[in-house]
Design a protein around this ligand. Structure first.
Ligand SMILES: Nc1ncnc2c1ncn2[C@@H]1O[C@H](COP(=O)(O)OP(=O)(O)OP(=O)(O)O)[C@@H](O)[C@H]1O
Ligand SMILES: [Mg+2]
Length: 222
């Protein structure tokens, strides 16, 4: 398959295999996908279908067992670890499936953790917390937050540096519908000329998605 010349992200025949005893399991199985600038893409699929694995490949967190992923014209496999991690730090934002915050930092410090100069980003951090209904809890430590509050803090952290691509893996899983829609609205508003790649099991959260891909057993089914 030919790669479109100006895709922001493009996966060509990517697979990710895991070793399960003496058996190879295909978490992602020969997927082609192109994501254009400005696109909000949703990924749906049952548990274990490979959604998180596909996000790891598209973001360069993992390298495929077969195939290649490109960010614009740069193949992840041709970058060294330092280049890939700089790309993730500076141009990508992540909301992982398991909300992970540093327990010894408060909410605000967690949101600012990736900023080289936290003072320069303080106002944006506070604005994001305000938008997400967490301004009043900015000084709390993670162990004094609910699961949904932790998840929203992770969303604020992912958006702080205005990433070109936002990868979000079930960012609304612990949220009620109203907070869930709010997070979706914010992701959409922060998308700009970049892209959002959203994994969800809740079709209602796909209101802002321009395109939805379905995964089954590691394969795209539409
Ligand atoms: N480290 C691992 N070792 C072996 N198999 C793994 C590993 N991580 C994931 N898998 C397998 O790969 C497949 C895809 O997993 P993945 O986490 O991508 O699914 P998912 O669609 O994100 O599921 P969920 O909706 O439950 O989060 C599953 O069958 C899973 O068991
Ligand atoms: Mg997952």
């Amino acid at each position: 398959m030919n790669r479109e010349p100006f895709s922001l992200l493009s996966a060509q025949g990517v697979s990710l295999t895991y070793q399960d005893g003496d058996r190879q399991v295909y978490a992602v199985d020969a997927i082609d996908i192109q994501i254009q600038p400005g696109e909000f893409m949703g990924i749906l699929g049952p548990s274990g279908s490979g959604k998180s694995s596909l996000l790891y490949l598209l973001s360069g967190l993992k390298l495929p067992s077969q195939g290649e992923v490109f960010f614009w014209d740069r193949a992840f496999s041709k970058m060294n670890d330092a280049e890939r991690s700089a790309l993730r730090r500076k141009q990508f934002g992540f909301v992982f499936q398991q909300p992970y915050l540093l327990g010894y930092l408060n909410v605000l410090e967690n949101v600012l953790v990736a900023a080289e100069n936290p003072k320069a980003h303080l106002n944006r951090a506070l604005e994001l917390l305000e938008t997400l209904g967490l301004r009043g809890k900015a000084h709390r430590f993670p162990n004094a937050l609910s699961g949904g509050e932790r998840q929203r803090a992770c969303v604020a952290r992912a958006l702080l540096m205005e990433p070109e691509v936002i990868f979000a893996d079930e960012p609304t899983a612990s949220l009620d519908h109203s907070n869930g829609f709010h997070v979706m609205e914010l992701l959409d508003a922060c998308r700009g000329k970049g892209a959002v790649v959203l994994v969800t099991h809740d079709p209602q959260m796909l209101k802002y998605a321009h395109r939805v891909c379905r995964l089954e057993d590691g394969k795209l089914v539409e």
